[in-house]
Design a protein around this ligand. Sequence first.
Ligand code: NAD
Length: 258
Amino acid sequence: MLDLAGKNALVTGIANNRSIAWGIAQQLHKAGANLGVTYLPDEKGRFEKKVRELTEPLNPSVFLPCNVQNDEQIEETFQAIGEKWGKLDILIHCLAFANREDLTGEFVDVSRSGFATALDISTYSLARLARAAKPLMTEGGSIVTLTYLGGVKVIPNYNVMGIAKSGLEMSVRYLASDLGPSNIRVNGISAGPIRTLASSAVGGILDMIRHVEEIAPLRRTVTQNEVGNTAAFLCSDLASGITGQIVYVDAGYEIMGM
Ligand code: NAD
């Protein structure tokens, strides 16, 4: 049975009720995990308010700001978790960012700073958070990140985010190798296209979803909850032998050649 009772889970990347991280948080909670939530702080505190209200029913026992470009905030987050929980079992890395102008047109036009920003937030952050989490995963652990087919195949407009996801998927393998001896598993979920705040920045996202609905074996795209269910499985003891893998939750789209 899928049972996460007694497990402490930190979920990053909730922005609103469409966020994939929200789907994951709900499924982890349903399976009995004790939740911690981080949000991206902004000057007016709008994200904080929204994420606090949204997640209240799940009773997160840790609720902290964490911009993954800010090492101090990362350290403070994991220090607070160490003090409050003693140990961490689950880390959900469910965030990404690229400038809107780099998610349309041609990849050849990407700027140096746009490339660096996308890779710093979307790729490097996984290794950085894993490094901070490792000392707290004293009884082993599970780290799950979110990726997309655009990191493996060319998808129009995905551009620099494809490079970021490619690096992220390779990071999953290197981290799985590094952390495996500590019984920490690292996996990625490659989700089909879902309408969210982040995906709305990718040019032509609605066309992408329509295309998937026509072509995918299940003739539809997937929901946040379906991704959440797979994340809960990967974080559970049912998946104790799985690490370094990318699991496609995409209604089968990835297998199609034509
Ligand atoms: P979303 O906009 O709900 O989530 C993106 C999150 O990233 C937000 O919560 C935002 O606050 C956070 N974020 C951005 N910059 C940050 C920073 N510097 N520090 C901390 N957090 C930061 O969109 P989503 O689609 O749920 O995205 C979640 C993950 O799923 C991303 O990695 C995305 O690439 C991936 N993904 C999305 C889809 C899709 O179609 N929506 C498909 C496959 C993979």
